[in-house]
Design a protein around this ligand. Structure first.
Ligand code: 13P
Ligand code: SF4
Length: 301
């Protein structure tokens, strides 16, 4: 492993590359990254770094977002088959059909969408800013939120606003059962329960806070509490433990895992830097259209 790490570092320097990693990827991949964060922080970072090569350790829609925001950079996706089943639940043809049937509606897309869908919507959001983005839309406007019905429902409840919800979900978070959450809460009554807003509303209702992965990292760091139940994908436990060695972290059972995030390995990261074979390529016209809703979100965030 040490040899691979050394080779990645050499090629990183030789290529003037920056490595970005999502909080859910394997610990050893997080450790070699220049920046680890949530979807929003990674989008901001992708735009800011202006590196000739960005290696994006995450899933495809994230690397696409980085490419759209930094079209002059080469964006490498070490695991080119790392998709997001939730993003695939919003088919561009279906989105066009809905748009035609609801010409007055404002379309708000979670960043967990393909570039083709982003090109069809008015504004994007992430789990860190969905409420902020929705607050900018006049209360009398009809809103379609896609593709995550749970993030949509949880944000609608928070804002006391009615939203039309696309029937998509994250299989990893949707599987987290309220009974398991009640069980672990009873086991650790002093622990703060943090969950991701991609969880079912019945799970979010039990939590002390529903936060993006970046929000969880901040919460655990700043809280006076010593124990936390972590209701999201297990990769974040690595980052939380690293930053809070004295705090106790309790994962759910079974351990929530996103198989796509786990496809990124040190081996395919090295392969990406060696061969440059796994670059994200999108038509310029599509990127130009998809950039608008992302930029609108970034202005608000
Ligand atoms: P955040 O890191 O933005 O909270 O997103 C979670 C997620 O599911 C990414 O796929
Ligand atoms: Fe998609 Fe869920 Fe995996 Fe995030 S955790 S990439 S939303 S499947």
């Amino acid at each position: 492993m040490q040899e691979i790490i050394q080779r990645i570092q050499e090629l990183k320097t030789a290529n003037n590359a920056v490595i970005l990693a999502h909080n859910y990827v394997r610990g050893e991949v997080q450790d070699i990254a220049d920046f680890v964060g949530d979807s929003l922080a990674l989008s901001i970072q992708a735009k800011k770094v202006q590196a000739p090569v960005i290696v994006f350790c995450g899933v495809r829609f994230m690397a696409e977002t980085a490419k759209i925001l930094s079209p002059d950079s080469e964006v490498l996706l070490p695991a080119p088959d790392a998709g997001c089943p939730m993003a695939d639940m919003a088919d561009p043809k279906e989105v066009i059909k809905y748009r035609e049937a609801h010409p007055e509606a404002v379309f708000v897309a979670y960043v967990n969408t393909t570039a083709a869908v982003k090109a069809l919507v008015d504004i994007c959001c992430t789990s860190a800013n969905a409420d902020k983005v929705l607050r900018t839309i006049p209360a009398d406007r009809e809103v379609l939120f896609l593709p995550d019905q749970n993030l949509g429902a949880n944000t609608a409840a928070k804002l006391g606003r009615k939203l039309a919800l696309w029937p998509g979900f994250c299989p990893t978070h949707n599987r987290i059962h309220p009974d398991e959450v009640r069980r672990i809460k009873a086991q650790y009554p002093n622990a703060k329960l943090l969950v991701h807003p991609e969880c079912l509303p019945a799970v979010v209702e039990l939590a002390d806070a529903a936060l993006s992965t970046g929000g969880m990292v901040k919460y655990v760091k700043e809280s006076d509490a010593q124990e936390f139940i972590i209701g999201t994908e297990n990769g974040i436990l690595h980052q939380l433990a690293l930053q809070n060695p004295d705090k106790r972290l309790y994962p759910l059972e079974p351990l929530p895992t996103c198989p796509n995030m786990k496809k990124v390995t040190l081996e395919n990261l090295l392969h990406a830097l060696e061969t440059h074979e796994t670059k994200v390529e999108l038509p310029k016209e599509l990127m130009d259209r998809a950039r608008l809703p992302i930029e609108r979100m970034l202005e608000i965030a």
